[in-house]
Design a binder for this molecule. Structure first.
Ligand code: FRU
Length: 495
């Protein structure tokens, strides 16, 4: 009863703000709520021919607050339909004003959709995080909270109260729940990140199994939003470690022992090297694809955090990065590529080929210099330049500088001068195979996403340029580079 009232209240608030919403400053082809705040994707699932996305949502202001689960669905991961808010804080175990219904996942069983989330409360002895369940028998539209919630209350020995973000999976005739946790001091006091594993036969009674993998001081203080999924004949573990320098989206590939809990790492890497790609969730679809969706923003504890962005003044804050499909290469490294369906947004294209780029700036011809998809193929074998600079979304004073450091095989994304707001320089190694380097770039009003090295290297960042006459300019330093081909598509908006 109270839950329903809270949902109605929240929905009226979002609907009223959405009616006033100006669209110009918002992303044109990225997912975001009708108004106000979002963070992590939650409960991502492909169900009855549609992709469902729930998400951490504060429906009263463009800032983080007591968390709800917003809900949207799509048949192609590109065009989204908003649904009524699915979960709101309403019970003693999930109604902390600075907590609420935290992140989690969903699983389908006998035609019902079960959502698992972390309820956060404070009964006087500090922040409590327990694991809760809600059930939908109308395909994920409305949920009833389970009467015997929470389904997990007690902390495992040695665990700090940072104990959240249940990821449910079905394996070998059992349900498993993977949770993010911090051992010892907790997320903010030097704890050590880990995942905790539980098992259940019926989704309501959960038995503790143990800790399959933990940090020993080198992998962050708390592992937020863990995800564990099979890919080919391996298991992939992804999570977002807190206080782990600029690495905030780790992946491990290996084998998983669910009995004597242990994740044996065979390969590892970064899902993303940019500033804004966090708390990803995977889902499998009927085409056999594994798709990852992540929040495109960052937290205040990240080294480059400056704020959640200037768009709060427009009554919204936060969006999802573009969905990616993932697979493993022959060395079991994760390959992340933008979903194929994005091609449906391609508008008019401009193409050039075989162009020598030197010190003299060359303006890349395109229909829309702000919202575009660009595929650029560079022939490094013929390069005499030490680097190539792509000044994105620039005018005479401002611009975002993407540098391909050819000599040192590095990629640098510098947004210090992108706009009136952004700061941060992000860089990573390039691992091109052979002499061709392909840069695949998506630009939307407030974001730039880069895929290169055949999907082994990705960078997702926000930028907030408001300056007029934006252009995309290319030049080489210390010699020339051959641009084998470049195509720039204007991107159609979906909102
Ligand atoms: C990660 C996170 C989760 C938590 C949620 C709260 O971004 O901190 O660990 O459940 O956000 O909104």
């Amino acid at each position: 009863m109270i839950h329903r009232q809270r949902l109605q209240q929240a929905q009226s608030s979002v609907d009223a703000a959405a009616r006033q919403m100006q669209s110009q400053g918002r992303p044109r082809y990225h997912f975001l709520p009708p108004a106000f705040w979002m963070n992590d994707p939650n409960g991502c699932i492909y169900l009855n021919g549609r992709y469902h996305l729930y998400y951490q949502h504060y429906p009263y202001a463009p800032r983080w607050g007591s968390m709800h689960w917003g809900h949207a669905s799509s048949s192609d991961l590109v065009h989204w339909q908003h649904h009524p808010i699915a979960l709101a804080p309403s019970e003693v175990y999930d109604d902390h004003p600075e907590g609420g219904v935290f992140s989690g996942s969903t699983i389908c069983r006998d035609g019902k959709l079960y959502a698992f989330y972390t309820g956060t409360a404070n009964h006087g002895s500090g922040f409590e995080q327990t694991q809760c369940m809600a059930v939908s028998d109308d395909g994920g539209e409305t949920f009833e909270k389970y009467a015997d919630n929470p389904v997990i209350t007690r902390l495992p020995d040695g665990a700090s109260p940072d104990f959240r973000d249940p990821r449910i999976l079905w394996h070998n005739g059992c349900y498993y729940m993977v949770l993010g946790n911090s051992l010892g001091g907790g997320a903010w006091h030097g704890g050590e990140g880990c995942i905790q594993l539980y098992r259940s036969e019926n989704l309501t009674e959960w038995h503790y199994v143990g800790i399959p993998l933990r940090s020993r001081g080198e992998l962050g203080t708390m592992w937020e939003c863990p995800d564990l999924f099979p890919l080919d004949d391996k298991w992939v573990l992804t999570f977002s470690p807190m206080f782990n320098g600029n690495r905030k989206a780790r992946y491990f590939v290996g084998t998983m022992d669910f009995e004597e809990p242990a994740f044996i790492i065979e390969q590892s890497g970064e899902l993303d090297w940019g500033g804004e790609w966090y708390a990803s969730q995977s889902m499998k679809d009927d085409k056999g694809r594994t798709i990852l969706i992540a929040w495109q923003n960052c937290w205040d504890w990240m080294p480059w955090w400056k704020g959640f962005g200037p768009k709060q003044s427009e009554n919204w804050c936060g969006n999802c990065a573009l969905p990616r499909t993932v697979r493993l290469d022959d060395q079991h490294r994760l390959i992340s590529l933008p979903i194929e369906e994005l091609k449906s947004l391609r508008g008019r294209a401009v193409t050039c080929s075989d162009r020598k780029i030197g010190e003299k700036p060359w303006e890349i011809p395109c229909e829309d210099p702000e919202c575009f998809e660009m595929v650029m193929v560079l022939d490094l074998s013929a390069a005499t330049a030490s680097s190539l600079e792509l000044n994105l979304r620039s005018n005479e004073e401002k611009g975002t500088l993407l540098t391909v450091d050819i000599a040192n095989r590095r990629l640098l994304f510098n947004r210090e001068n992108a706009d009136e707001y952004s700061t941060g320089i992000f860089n990573c190694d390039l691992q091109p195979e052979g002499s061709l380097l392909t840069l695949h770039i998506f630009s939307d009003i407030s974001s730039i996403e880069i895929f290169t090295d055949g999907g082994r290297t990705c960078m997702s960042n926000t930028i907030y340029p408001v300056h007029g006459s934006q252009r995309n300019i290319l030049c080489a330093r210390g010699g020339t580079v051959v641009l084998q081909s470049i195509t720039v598509w204007q991107m159609k908006g979906v909102w």
